[in-house]
Design a binder for this molecule. Structure first.
Ligand SMILES: N[C@H](CCC[C@H](N)C(=O)O)C(=O)O
Length: 276
């Protein structure tokens, strides 16, 4: 089976993007893991599959697979690359693109400057929606982690996020605490773990240990979740610059009942073909 793909990234969070509208590709979990391998495969954080829409009011369906082969509900950086990809490949000539994902519907806007704005939908904050084992919704949840007690925020952007505020992200325990919280029993579907340093009410620094991929250079849904948690905790306003190791995103949220908007770049690196 020959697979035509594009290699793309959003602030260094990198993707193999496959047009499954004009191709008919099925990849097993093991094949995805092998393709994700940076030595033996293409190498990526996530595989993005572009599919035909499930209903006439949508333009496409968008499937996301982590490097470990798990299929997930949402990918923010991937959504921006998705928009650039479908235009680049001539699958649409629209500038406003409606897309369904496993985690809900999103709308992609290609801006005049080439950046992409994504309406990520409303954050989900009830424990059962995240999902998070808790008796009721809290601004801060207490997680027992071996000998540590963690005070964390939690939200879903379709995919689950745990947000931990730190004084300095450069010294944050991303690679020790990240995998432990990712697998914490309070998160039945695991979690993406964001380490957030608040600079001021319109500026944070963020590192994310991603579910199924490890630390990435950027996490779009993680930036959205951090901005939401920080605003709910009265530490952030409704328009936040999020500095990630790979670059910056602008996140806007008018509060509960409103969708989260994310704006940032999407880059095409190369096209390829691989025989499986
Ligand atoms: N690791 C995430 C999926 C990719 C999210 C991230 N790359 C983004 O830009 O939102 C999860 O398991 O929910």
């Amino acid at each position: 089976m020959l697979v035509n793909f594009s290699k793309m990234h959003g602030l260094g969070n990198d993707f193999m993007v496959v047009d499954n509208v004009t191709q008919n590709i099925f990849l097993s979990r093991d094949q995805i893991k092998r393709l994700a391998d940076r030595n033996f495969g293409v190498g990526f954080d996530q595989l993005l599959m572009v599919e035909a829409p499930y209903s006439p009011d949508l333009d496409f369906h968008y499937r996301i697979f982590n490097a470990d082969g798990s299929e997930v509900e949402q990918c923010g950086n991937g959504a921006r690359c998705f928009a650039r990809f479908v235009r680049m490949k001539g699958l649409t000539n629209k500038h406003k693109i409606a897309v369904s994902t496993k985690g809900g519907n999103i709308v992609l806007y290609i801006e005049k400057d080439g950046q992409v704005t994504v309406n990520m939908g409303q954050p989900m904050l009830e424990p059962k929606e995240i999902p998070l084992k808790a008796s009721k919704r809290e601004l801060t949840y207490i997680l027992r982690q071996q000998e540590q007690t963690l005070f964390v925020g939690a939200a879903s952007m379709g995919n689950p996020h745990c947000v931990i505020e730190v004084d300095d992200i450069d010294t944050a325990e991303v690679h020790t605490l990240g995998p432990l919280v990712e697998e914490h029993e309070r998160f039945p579907k695991k979690a993406n773990v964001g380490f957030m340093q608040v600079i001021d009410e319109s500026h944070i620094k963020l590192r994310v240990w991603e579910r199924g991929a490890g630390e990435t250079l950027a996490c779009g849904s993680g930036a959205c979740a951090a901005a939401v948690v920080g605003q709910l905790q009265n530490k952030l306003g409704n328009n936040v610059k999020v500095d990630l190791p790979g670059g910056s995103l602008q996140i806007r949220w008018q509060g509960e009942g409103h969708a989260v908007k994310m704006t940032g770049p999407a880059e095409h690196v190369f096209d390829g073909q691989i025989a499986l």
